[in-house]
Design a binder for this molecule. Structure first.
Ligand SMILES: [Cu+2]
Length: 130
């Protein structure tokens, strides 16, 4: 009889099954590693944005941020400007900013927030929170 031959065949198959299982395990580990890297990709919307006031303009005039992000205005001009939200009781109002003065406001709620300069009302900007 070929009992010993049968055992050898069985042992060989066991080794092949183990090898396949190990290769599948390695493949799965690599796939999950790649997935983890993809979910940690950086967001396109920053947590903090700086808007320069230059030559009677807000630069950039329109920015899009996510809720909870902070906008900081910096006056680079030699004359005072403000960053003041539209409306009778504005959501934010920097008051007069002298040269190099800064003013920050954190936007918590989604929406569109137009604003202007009280000293020069033709200076306009817009913050979009979404
Ligand atoms: Cu101004």
């Amino acid at each position: 009889m070929s009992n010993s031959a049968n055992w050898t065949t069985l042992t060989r198959w066991t080794a092949i099954v183990w090898a396949v299982l190990i290769l599948i395990g390695i493949a799965l580990a690599r796939a999950s590693g790649a997935k983890a890297a993809a979910t940690t990709a950086p967001s396109t919307q920053p947590d903090a944005v700086e808007i320069g006031i230059t030559d009677f303009h807000f630069v950039p005039a329109e920015v899009t941020i996510k809720p909870g992000a902070t906008v900081t205005w910096v006056n680079h001009d030699d004359i005072p400007h403000t960053a003041t939200a539209d409306g009778d009781s504005p959501l934010f109002d920097s008051k007069a900013l002298d040269t190099d003065d800064k003013y920050s406001f954190t936007f918590t709620k989604p929406g569109t927030y137009p604003y202007y300069c009280k000293v020069h009302p033709h200076m306009r900007g817009k913050i979009i929170v979404k």
